[in-house]
Structures are given as C-alpha cells and as structure tokens.
Design a protein around this ligand. Structure first.
Ligand code: NAG
Ligand code: NAG
Ligand code: NAG
Length: 488
C-alpha cells in the first residue's frame, strides 16, 4: 500500500462517517398494486402502463413512505405509499389513499400531487396542482385513523388565491409552520409573484405578493425569527423572507425578500433540519449540498454518487426518529432501463417541524462530529501535504495510483474538497494535480440554469427564459422597490 493511498484512506475514514446510506429497496421496474374488480378506466391505464415512474416529493410517517409521482395517463395514481420495511423484495406502489381518489379529470380526485409534508399530529398534507379541468387543492389525510379514508380537509383554492385558469398556476412545494394554535402552510406558485398561505384552523387560504416567482422552498425551525427560504424560478438564487410578513391576510405591500446566496445548480428540493442545516437536491446533478443557515451562505457537498443522468435524481424526507430517507434515480441506460433505490441513513436530527434542536443527544452528536472533524483536519492535512511533496520529488505517476484506488477515494477526497469548514483547513486541501477525481472539471459547476426537459415546476424556462440574467447586479434588501407586482 502506497503511503499516498494510506493517507487518503485515513482522511476518508474520518470524513465518510458523516454520510453512510443503507439500501432498503432496489427497483429495476415498478409495478403498482392494481385494484381488483370491474373498473374499465383502470384497465385502459393498465394496457397503456409503462413502468417509468418519476418520484417528485416524499413524506414519511411511522412505517410508511409517501411519494408523489410525475403524473401522466399511463400510471394509475399520482400519490403512492410504500412500507419502510418488512418486505424482502422491492414493494409495489400502492395508490394512496386508494385508487378511488385517482380518477383523471374527476375533480373529487387528486389530479397531480406535488409537494407533501406530514405534520406532528400525523396528518399528511398533499399539494394538488389540479388539471386542465380541476382547480388546485390541498388534501389533508389523518394517518392515525383506522384506515386512510379519513380525509380531514379538502381545500380548493379560490380563483383569487390560485388561478383556476389553464397555464396560470404551477403549484410546486409546501412547508408547514406550527404556530401556537394552528398549522400554516406556505406554498410556491411558479406562475405568479406570490406566496400562498393556508391556515388549517380557519380552513382558509390567501396570497402574499412578492417580487419574484418561486419554485422550491424550506422553512427554518427557529420559532422567533422563522425564515422561509425560496429558490427563485428559473435561477439558482436563494432568497429568504420572514414568515411574519406572510401571516397577515390582506397585507397591502409586498413581502420583502432578501437574496441569501447562489447555489451551484438549480435546486428542486430543499429541507431544513431541526439544527438549522438546509439540504438541497438539484436538477441534473449527482450530488446533494448543505448549508448551515446560522452562518453566511456557503454551499458544501455532503453526498455525491457516480453518474445518474436524471433530471430529478433524488428526493428525500426526514422522519421523526432522525432517519433520512432518500430515493435515487439512475437513468444512464435510458428511460426504460431506469433503476431506482430507496436509501436511508441515521441522521440524528429531525426535520424543522420538531423545533430548534435542544436535545442533548443531538448536541453530543454534533460535538463528536466537530471533534472528529478537527482531528481529521489537523492530522491528515499535513500528512497529505507532506506526502504530496514527497511524491512530487519521486515523480510517481499519480494518475495510475488514483485510477487504481478510485473506488475507495472518490467519496473521501471530494468531501475533503467541499467540506473544508474551518478557515484553518483551507490550506490543507490537496493541490490540483493530487485530486484524483476528474481533474479537468471545475470545482463547482457553472451557474447557467439547466436546459430543462421534463414537464415540472421548472419546465417553462425553456420557452420563457428568466428576464434577469445573472450578470444583473444583485439587489439586496427591498427588492420590490419600484416594481409592480404581477397579479393573476
Ligand atoms: C374505514 O373505516 C370506516 C370507519 O372506521 C369504515 O366505515 C370504512 O368501511 C373503512 N373503510 C375501509 C376501506 O376499510
Ligand atoms: C398545474 O396546472 C396548470 C393548469 O392546468 C398547468 O398549466 C400547469 O402546467 C400545471 N403545473 C404542473 C407542474 O403540472
Ligand atoms: C447508474 O447505472 C450505470 C449503468 O448501469 C452504472 O454504470 C452507474 O454506476 C450507475 N450509477 C450509480 C450512481 O450507481
């Protein structure tokens, strides 16, 4: 074993404990739990059925995982569930709550499920964009009831809040704000410059004007100064708005959004844990990034895999026990050969809905993590530097070594590059030629928005590019000054 390899392995051992996913299920192709009995519409779908299923959003409660699927007329449901364990083979997708609520263009059915969330009372909130015939809705199911037929709420958005017109709305994602005596939902609508708010207590919705159209969103756990983070439509820009600006129905002035930072790619899924760390998954990227929202914006990669070739490569959710559940979509062999995995990892922190982290176990988890990180940085940095200097003198063909050991090194070396938290660590990253993985790739991908391909919350970008290119100087603070808002 070469000393170089030994050092890299040592560094890798220290860092890779941060993320270690277990595969729960693997699917080569999907099947659904098809209802029995006479149902001609289901037979028609069954004949057209193509097992190409694309997961959108995920929520988890107890022993069940809920997934929204990119809707098309060849699949029998847009919302399905799976058991989190207990089956040896990859399970079939079961329409949730039942096939009866998935009749196309029947407005008493779910038409197109998008963002989802489970609240701490065991209620599942599903955002339904509707269809060309049916307006959009929020569906709330009680997961603790004996069977899933208990629908707690079906709220159809009034035309004044979310347009009933075709092409005038594009509901994407939802987060929940647990207040003293209510649950509020904040919802993005990528077709209009507003944030939609829904109160569970009042069963009422309203919209708050903003300057900008928003796609993905995440809510901070901090109760006093709760921030809603928003990814701007057609861009990599991340903004924030104080939720206090959203709670008042009928506010005349637009809510003030602030630019927080710019991601390396376009995130379609963001989630904040109870310790204020925001996680993001990006279109056409095989990595996940994070940012500690208590600090100035700084994107760090925390998980990276090989080529996936997928537009929506991952979707994830955190459960009440601190387990992160994630799906991975591998489309490299083309759509018909698409493979999926369900992965999980012990995270030790729960979602933003469980409030700011106060538990000692989480604290010690972090203390240990920091200690380990410091130990790794301090010990392995100089070792690597020393070895590199030594090897340069010996003129060892580095490329050969790196190819031999690529499998072992890819994760750890990348983590070292992206995970350099402390300023003291910035000098310890190996020099350019010592990075074994794709040395000609830039450290971060360029900021061009993705050429989006599939029909989702973002796809209009292709036809209707963002009016503001990145070269425009970024405005901080009151970005609405002098702008008229776009009401529909
Ligand atoms: C669900 O429960 C209700 C009452 O608890 C019952 O009337 C209904 O038949 C049940 N439905 C199913 C599908 O089991
Ligand atoms: C949501 O529904 C509207 C109206 O039918 C439609 O124009 C839009 O494309 C839909 N958005 C998504 C993401 O499906
Ligand atoms: C995706 O599938 C391709 C082809 O089977 C494979 O070579 C590649 O390693 C897979 N990617 C991941 C991240 O597993």
């Amino acid at each position: 074993m070469s000393p170089f390899f030994a050092a890299i392995l040592f560094h890798g051992l220290c860092l890779s404990h941060a993320i270690d996913f277990t595969t729960v299920y693997e699917w080569d192709r999907f099947d659904f739990v098809w209802p029995s009995g006479a149902d001609t519409s289901i037979e028609q779908i069954n004949q057209k059925f193509i097992p190409d299923v694309e997961f959108r959003f995920m929520a988890v409660f107890g022993e069940r995982l809920f997934l929204s699927l990119r809707m098309n007329d060849r699949i029998p449901a847009t919302l399905v569930w799976l058991p989190t364990s207990g089956t040896s083979t990859a399970p079939k997708l079961a329409p949730f709550p039942s096939r009866h609520l998935h009749k196309q263009d029947n407005c008493d059915s779910i038409q197109r499920a998008e963002g989802m969330e489970t609240d701490t009372d065991g209620w599942l909130w599903v955002l339904d964009n509707g269809s060309s015939k049916c307006p959009s809705k929020i569906w709330i199911f009680d997961l603790l009831s004996n069977n899933d037929t208990t629908i707690k709420r079906v709220h159809q958005f009034p035309d004044a809040v979310v347009s009933h017109a075709i092409g005038a709305r594009r509901l994407c994602d939802i987060v929940l704000d647990k207040t003293q005596d209510d649950f509020l939902a904040y919802i993005t609508d990528a077709e209009s410059e507003q944030i939609v708010v829904y109160s569970r207590q009042m069963d009422k919705s309203w919209s708050v004007k903003t300057s900008g159209k928003w796609v993905s969103l995440a809510l901070s756990p901090d109760r006093e100064a709760r921030q809603l983070y928003l990814r701007r439509y057609g861009s990599n820009e991340l903004f924030s708005v104080s939720v206090s600006e959203l709670k008042n129905e009928g506010a005349i002035s637009a809510a003030v959004v602030k630019l927080v930072g710019i991601w390396t790619a376009t995130p379609y899924r963001m989630l904040i844990d109870s310790a204020n760390v925001l996680y993001a998954a990006f279109h056409n990227r095989n990595y996940l990034s994070k940012w500690n929202t208590a600090e100035p914006f700084r994107e760090q990669r925390f998980h990276e895999v090989g080529d996936l070739g997928a537009h929506w490569p991952f979707t994830f959710a955190l459960d009440a026990n601190g387990i992160l559940w994630m799906t991975e979509r591998n489309e490299t062999e083309g759509e018909t050969e698409t493979r999926h995995k369900l992965l999980k990892t012990e995270f030790g922190v729960r979602s933003y809905l469980f409030g700011p982290t106060a538990s000692t176990s989480t604290f010690s988890f972090y203390a240990i993590a920091i200690l380990l990180f410091v130990c790794c940085s301090v010990l392995s940095g100089p070792v690597i530097t020393w070895l590199i200097l030594r090897m340069r003198r010996k003129e060892t063909p580095l490329m050969q070594i790196s190819l031999d050991n690529r499998a072992e090194m890819s994760v750890s070396v990348d983590s070292a590059v992206y995970d350099d938290v402390g300023p003291e660590n910035s000098n310890t990253a190996p020099p350019e030629e010592a990075r074994p993985e794709n040395p000609d790739e830039p450290l971060y991908a360029d900021l061009d928005p993705e050429p989006l391909t599939s029909a989702d919350c973002d796809y209009v970008i292709v036809r209707n590019p963002s009016p503001e290119p990145y070269e425009v100087p970024l405005r901080l603070g009151n970005t609405n000054a002098g702008k008229t808002t776009n009401e529909k």
